[in-house]
Design a protein around this ligand. Structure first.
Ligand SMILES: [Zn+2]
Length: 411
């Protein structure tokens, strides 16, 4: 039995301060306001906060490691899983940019291995998030345009002519990408695509029928096109407001459709730069914290000093002050980590601790079907993070085991 006492506990409906967590067999056995006496392993955390472990459903890399790192004998997914604990992340969806079938196979094999045989002292590896080959070339951002393919060609029902309209390269087909998704189906969680592309709705229906979670993003969808995608089964939106047409009062577009449709949960990059804090506040007000997921969209440049070079799907990126950048200045994902996302939500955005924890842990857990995760409550899995008064990570626990600790003097 482990007893963590003295901290402010961020519970699903209130902050209990001070509170005590009793952990037994990897789960939270009790949440109480008094400290039990007895011969337990006890830690006193006066002046600290305990929140559920952060769950990031959109992260490409961190600390110099990219999910698509192709160096031989390098297990990028395992490396990312080990590094994320220091940022308070206890579970994550390894995320890829549009890539070739062999690269996709390599990363999905790594995801399967990490899930079958979880490494010690590593965040839980969830099924991958593919920012797929089936996004709109006009809104590709840092996704390599040569990798984009037509949804119409993906399911074998169309000719390759529409694919060629999207990309001149013929080194692989859309059908080969779909075959890799099919081959690794249990390890493919979220698939981001643009519903307005030719064949987009058929591809959504096919993916949903195979148990994948379809996310609308990197898309030029109008309001009506987005609603058609939702009707076809899309239930998620990829980095709301980024890489989609701006919200306009006469043309609400994809962003407007997501904001007003309760079935769809929306990711937001919570660094205060990708989306203005005012828009983060508005989106949360429109959809409530139970429908918003804080994400980092972090690249391998996250955690590195400004000016450091790293890779994103084989492309060179540089760590900037606020984002990662391609050599031509295009924003290429973020340098955000989940501890800073939480700090931004509580600080700049002005959320309550309960709402910030909901957006960083509870909602992603529920949306991904992780029963018993993402909350501090009796019976829940004891994945949790101890934060200091500045909301910096002091300790991270996975199933009640201490898996990361900052230098002891700071406790
Ligand atoms: Zn991304």
């Amino acid at each position: 039995m482990i007893v963590l006492s003295g901290a402010s506990l961020v519970l699903p409906d209130r902050v209990l301060s001070p509170g005590t967590l009793v952990i037994e067999d990897g789960r939270i056995a009790d949440v109480r306001s008094d400290a039990p006496s007895g011969g337990h392993t006890a830690f006193a955390f006066h002046g600290h906060y305990i929140v559920p472990g952060f769950i990031d459903v959109h992260v490409h890399g961190v600390d110099g490691v990219d999910s698509l790192d192709a160096r031989p004998d390098n297990d990028a997914i395992a490396a990312i899983a080990a590094r994320l604990l220091r940022y308070g992340v206890t579970a994550f969806c390894p995320t890829t940019v549009a890539c070739a079938p062999d690269a996709l196979r390599r990363v999905l094999d790594q995801v399967r291995r990490a899930r079958e045989t979880p490494a010690a002292r590593s965040a839980r590896v969830l099924p991958a998030h593919l920012e797929s080959n089936f996004i709109n070339p006009e809104y590709n951002g840092a996704q390599p345009s040569g990798c984009l393919r037509s949804p119409r060609a993906a399911l074998g029902s169309g000719t390759e002519s529409s694919a060629k309209a999207l990309a001149e390269r013929s080194d692989y087909t859309a059908a080969q990408i779909v075959a890799e998704i099919e081959r690794a189906a249990p390890d493919v969680g979220i698939v981001t695509l643009a519903s307005e592309l030719d064949g987009g709705l058929d591809l959504i229906r096919w993916l949903v029928s195979r148990g994948h979670r379809v996310s609308l993003g990197h898309s030029a969808a109008t309001y009506d096109e987005a609603l058609a995608g939702i009707a076809a089964g899309a239930r998620h939106a990829t980095h709301l407001f980024n890489r989609m047409p701006p919200l306009s009062h006469r043309a609400p577009g994809l962003a407007g459709a997501v904001l007003q449709t309760d079935e769809v949960a929306a990711e937001i990059i919570c660094d205060g730069f990708h989306v203005h804090p005012a828009l983060i506040r508005m989106a949360i007000a429109a959809k409530r914290p139970s429908r918003i997921l804080a994400i980092t969209d972090a690249t391998a440049a996250a955690g590195l000093p400004v000016g450091s070079r790293a890779f994103l799907g084989g492309q060179v990126i540089t760590a900037g002050e606020s984002t990662a950048l391609l050599p031509d200045g295009t924003i290429a994902g973020s340098v955000l980590t989940m501890d800073r996302a939480f700090q931004t939500l509580v600080g700049t955005v002005g959320l309550s601790l309960v709402d910030a924890a909901t957006i960083c842990a509870t909602t992603p857990a529920r949306e991904l079907g992780l029963v018993g995760h993402g909350v501090l409550a009796p019976e829940a899995v004891a994945d949790l993070v101890v934060l200091d008064a500045n909301f910096s990570v002091v300790q991270t626990y996975l199933a009640g085991q201490l898996v990361y600790a900052r230098a002891l003097k700071s406790i």
